[in-house]
Design a protein around this ligand. Structure first.
Ligand SMILES: [Zn+2]
Length: 270
């Protein structure tokens, strides 16, 4: 990823998306915000118990760094579903000041409307950005293990194809910082579901123990899911940054034992 220091914060950009003039995108980090511990300091999540005004201020700070209008930042409720919302003009800015007003029961958003910054909030779950430069369609998705087994990444591609005529081979994808196979230890109940759904799952489970636990590779699972939908491997940029290993830069739900903030991953058409 390309890292850029902006005032007291740091923003990351995907290499394969950075050159496009038609979009703005970002991956925020945890520095440079106004939230206090344990949300220090650039927490963008309104639903985690932080002060509302601080979160809104943080969102405004990130928007200003990127020259994005905060009023256009559109947030999904994120329920670990496989649901993709198509975003129209009416949803512009939904959820930007109030979690209850966010795009309901959705873990991905797709749009062709200009200047709507569809934004996903994460702390270990996998954030995925989509851009079709031919049809000028964008998307963003949130894939934890539940979203991954519910095919949220594949559903996002399919929504772009069905609603906007996107060709999968045109889509550029960024898979952002999230918990890596180095740290994502899960129990047998998770592994059995992953195995049942993805027949090739053994490739994505590392260091399995006798007690049935193992380490899950969500980056590869989501990448495979996208390739199966026709996305080209060379168009997928995987950050390979583990949030649990990089707590100075990212919130990690696991590493911070559940009490922590969220960083944001967003994209908008200019
Ligand atoms: Zn790690």
């Amino acid at each position: 990823m390309i890292e850029q220091g902006i005032r007291s914060s740091k923003i990351l950009f995907f290499r394969n998306l950075h050159g496009y003039k038609e979009i703005k995108h970002f991956v925020s980090t945890r520095s440079g915000g106004v939230s206090k511990a344990p949300f220090d300091s650039m927490n963008l999540g309104l639903h985690v118990g932080d002060e509302r005004e601080d979160v809104i201020n943080n969102r405004k700070i990130v928007a200003s760094y990127l020259n994005i209008d905060f009023k256009n930042m559109t947030i999904a409720e994120q329920t670990h579903s496989g649901n993709v919302a198509v975003i129209f003009e009416e949803q512009r800015g939904k959820g930007n000041t109030c979690h209850e007003n966010s795009v309901s029961n959705s873990d991905a958003m797709v749009t062709d409307v200009k200047n709507i910054c569809v934004t996903i909030l994460v702390a270990d779950c996998v954030p995925i950005i989509f851009f079709d430069p031919q049809r000028r369609v964008i998307g963003v998705a949130h894939a934890g293990w539940r979203g991954t087994v519910r095919f949220i990444a594949a559903n996002t591609v399919n929504t772009m194809v069905k609603k906007f005529g996107t060709l999968p081979e045109d889509i550029m994808v960024g898979i952002g910082p999230s918990i890596g196979p180095c740290c994502y230890k899960v129990g047998p109940e998770v592994l059995s579901q992953v195995r049942a759904i993805f027949k090739t799952a053994p490739d994505f489970i590392k260091n399995e123990s006798r007690d049935g636990t193992g380490y899950l590779d969500l980056w590869s699972l989501n990448s495979m899911q996208l390739i199966n939908e026709g996305v080209l491997k060379e168009n997928i940029d995987i950050a390979r940054i583990c949030t649990a290993h990089n707590q100075q830069d990212f919130f990690s739900y696991r590493a911070n034992k559940g009490e922590t903030g969220r960083f944001g991953v967003g994209i908008e058409l200019c």
